[in-house]
Design a protein around this ligand. Sequence first.
Ligand code: GLA
Length: 383
Amino acid sequence: MVGEHLIRNAFQKRFGGPGALYAAPGRVNLIGEHTDYNLGYVLPGAIDRAITLEIRPNGTKQFTVVSLDYNEEVTFTADGNKLQQHWANYVLGVVMEFLSRCFPVQGFDAVFAGDIPLGGGLSSSAALESAFAFAINDMGQFGVSRLELAQIGQSAEHKYAGVRCGIMDQFASLHGEKNQLLKLDCRSLEYELVPFNLPGYRVVLLDTQVKHSLAASEYNVRRAQCETGVAILQKYNSEIKSLRDADLAMLEACRAQMDTTVFLRCQYVVEENIRLLHAVDHLKKNDIGAFGREMFLSHEGLQHKYAVSCAELDLLVETARRLPGVAGARMMGGGFGGCTINVVAEESHEDFIRQTGEAFETQVGKKPLVYDVTIADGARRLR
Ligand code: GLA
């Protein structure tokens, strides 16, 4: 995490005196990708990289926010007008969502910084939303639950960033617990903690550093394709409200009515939910090999049926697949760039980094960035 003193010094220098200090982490997702907005299952965990935020009410109607990472300061009022700096829109969005729920948010001064790689698919934006949502709720003593704080962040993302994301990222940032994955049912919004303390294994992220501009637009296209699929399934069975309610036999029965692309998208989602349930069973039995195989299958589905991978991600997963000591690997998050997530045996770690690095450099011309992460606690007040 970013050193507290860095934030403290910057806050002191800009606003004088201390405020309250909060942190909200990024997340990884072990399996269950593009399932959240289809009301299926996801298996994320919060990580030991976070946004740290110092904040204090200023007794005005203005919000002044300093991003140390972007070296920018923005002042806005809650009129809902979008701001030039894209990062500031996440903060504006969260403020507006509280107001639209009739919580009287007061003006504040804030300084934040983070060590979640931006655009790496580790949900730095959800962490930013969650940090502000958590802090605003705590300062105002509004008594909003962590689940509703996640929904506030999600709506902010929909309305102010234009991505119709699911609930996974904000949920994980707010509900994370050390060494526990969250098996979240995105239909009931109930979740189960699944212990994730793999002796002898590490979670390693390889960042392609690819940021395809496609990501946001294609994300919304995938959502729309799933909705098209659901509309066709509904004609067959009116009980089906989302892909979560469909099984493979139902899909097969509607295959002729669907165009091939829509069919493949839906098939991937239904299969991914099944894979996740199997993966959780394997984890509970400590069968890391079987767990990892579900991860590889998840990647294949994302690559061929959901079509959200890219050459750089595929290269890393294919290289990982051939290496000893790699239990599982897959692309993670929305896709079209960002990171792969790898479960790697401790003793193979060094070799894994070297070999994937060399393969990537040969093809892409540079090394992927490497992040070793552990599963950590969710949003909290630090001081
Ligand atoms: C992004 C979204 C999430 C989820 C993933 C794909 O991270 O913010 O809601 O849909 O993509 O699983």
